[in-house]
Design a protein around this ligand. Structure first.
Ligand code: TEU
Ligand code: CA
Length: 531
């Protein structure tokens, strides 16, 4: 691979607009707020911003329930603000990709309102049936809700009815929406739950602990067909790319979506590494086992054509709390994770706040949570007679609100001057951008350094990946390009470990001030190995 596409040669930064920066002090982050922080992102080394949804929405699922695909939510600003964001970002050499949520709309979308009438031409935009099947929703419970005399399908909340991609008109609408945004100069889309958009049949599924019905809509041929059409008729006309959010895919299924000759997507977010600390589903977390995690990452590195490398997003707990130690080794482990995130092969994605080591929320009461999924699971747990302390523990470990607390700009927060929509983390006192930028030893400055190294480095950008050693604590891999070689050595535990073999070479970067003959707690280093 010699010439990289722009999206292969980029650092992507995900913004969750509600939580990033509030410009008008209503407690909700907004687009002018994002504009005010573009210089910060530029300095960090960001090339592409992925914006979680900013479209008009009743906010049942914080914007993943879209009421109007061509309008900006008033909480976030206006279309003029959005145009301005694209322009201001461009001035700084930053491109924007948007979230494309097409598996479902909001139940307040005019198409859905129309479709409630059985005679409407919009009826067939959705799945309306006389009787529900046995499918269950991603947010637990039945995937069907009754409205008047019929039921409609929703794989997510009942305010997120699924679109029917058997109807060619739906596909036409999607094409139109994509053209609308691409013409404005955006650089592509992150495609929400894209591998479940096409339902083969609505037959009952075989009973599963979670997601009964999955086999009827996961990675279907119909989905591949839709993606090929969107690629050919839309994406190919712009300098733009797509990254699919693909739940429950194997490496084989990932490749079937992204291999260049398939002409579908450009890369996908896999979930396998995010599922290594759970049993069955995310609410039942196990202790973090580095070995399983590293093996999974390694397999994706070796088998998948081009990876979208991420450790966090708006649905996942904070990585330093989950894979590191956010107390004793906050700095060390956050930096070690940065090394992992930024030295793998593929496009690195950084989620807002990850670069300063923001941690999980550690809420103490259900009233502090906002996310619909958290509230539903809490209620379901109660029905199942799980004790309250246990339900709170489930949320503390796995709630999506862990990632959604306001960005910590200063000691006092710096996100808003009024009450934020979701409680801020009191650790903003010492985990914040302002202090981090002044401390040469901070996590933020480590990210900056590492990003700078990566930007001018063909080994990291283009080199092959080989794992050399994986144990219960240690991950050693090499990146090789044109006869040159890096070894990345990570201790993913707090235990002090012996090197499994000697490594000679020059230290390029590490999270400790010097090299020792042992691997210290959460030590991570990159060594340029002499030829
Ligand atoms: O998420 C899809 C998804 O399957 C999960 O990650 C999910 O959000 C949840 O954590 C299940 O336990 C995407 C979006 O990223 C998410 O924010 C939306 O809620 C969802 O789709 C529906 O649009
Ligand atoms: Ca605001």
């Amino acid at each position: 691979m010699s010439n990289l596409k722009f999206w292969q040669d980029a650092i992507v930064y995900q913004i969750y607009p509600r939580s990033f920066m509030d410009s008008n002090n209503d407690g909700i982050g907004d687009i002018p707020g994002i504009i005010s922080k573009l210089d910060y992102l530029k300095e960090l080394g960001v090339d592409i911003i992925w914006l979680s949804p900013v479209y008009d929405s009743p906010n049942d699922d914080n914007g993943y329930d879209i009421r109007d695909y061509k309008a900006i939510h008033k909480d976030f600003g206006t279309m003029e603000d959005m145009d301005n964001l694209i322009l201001e970002a461009k001035k700084r050499g930053i491109r924007i990709i948007m979230d494309l949520v097409i598996n479902h709309t909001s139940d307040e979308h005019p198409w859905f309102i129309e479709s409630k009438n059985p005679d409407s031409p919009y009826r067939n935009y959705y799945y309306w049936r006389d009787k529900p099947n046995n499918w269950t929703s991603f947010f637990s419970g039945s995937a069907w809700t009754k409205e008047n005399d019929a039921y409609y399908l929703h794989l997510f909340s009942k305010k997120q009815p699924d679109l029917n991609f058997h109807n060619p008109k739906v596909l036409d609408e999607v094409k139109d929406i994509m053209h609308f945004w691409l013409k404005k100069g955006i650089a592509g889309f992150r495609c929400d739950v894209i591998n479940v958009i096409f339902k083969n049949t609505l037959d009952d599924g075989k009973k599963r602990l979670v997601l009964t019905g999955l086999e009827h809509y996961h990675s279907t041929e119909g989905c591949h067909r839709v993606l090929k059409t969107l690629r050919k008729e839309v994406m190919d006309h712009y300098e733009a790319f797509t990254v699919g959010e693909t739940v429950l895919v194997t490496t084989k299924q990932a490749n079937e979506l992204i291999l260049p000759e398939r002409e579908e997507l450009d890369m996908v977010f896999g979930f396998e590494h995010m599922e290594t600390d759970q049993i069955n589903n995310k609410w039942f977390k196990t202790k973090f086992k580095p070995k399983k995690f590293m093996r999974t990452i390694s397999r994706w590195q070796k088998e998948v054509y081009w990876n979208a490398n991420y450790l966090e997003n708006h649905d996942q707990p904070r990585s330093v709390s989950r894979f590191g130690d956010d107390k004793m080794y906050h700095k060390e482990s956050a930096k070690m994770l940065a090394l992992l995130n930024l030295t793998l092969k593929g496009t690195p994605y950084i989620y807002e706040g990850q670069e300063i080591g923001m941690t999980n929320a550690y809420f103490k009461s259900i009233d502090e949570y906002e996310d619909l999924e958290s509230k539903r699971i809490y209620a379901l747990g109660k029905k199942l007679l799980f004790p309250k302390w246990y339900r709170l523990k489930m949320l503390r470990n796995a709630s999506r609100d862990n990632a959604r607390q306001p960005m910590q700009w200063t000691k006092t927060g710096g996100f808003t001057l009024s009450t934020p929509w979701l409680k801020e983390n009191p650790n903003k006192q010492y985990i914040n951008v302002f202090d981090s930028s002044k401390d040469p030893d901070s996590i933020l400055n480590f990210y900056k350094k590492l990003i700078k190294i990566r930007k001018n480095d063909d080994i990291l950008k283009k080199g092959s990946f080989n794992d050399l050693y994986i144990s219960n604590a240690i991950f050693i891999y090499e990146r090789v390009y044109d006869g040159e070689r890096y070894m990345i050595v990570l201790n993913m535990s707090k235990k002090i470990k012996r090197y499994p073999f000697e490594i000679y070479g020059d230290l390029v970067i590490s999270n400790y001030p010097d090299r020792a003959n042992v691997l210290r707690s959460y030590e991570g280093l990159m060594i340029k190995v002499s030829k």
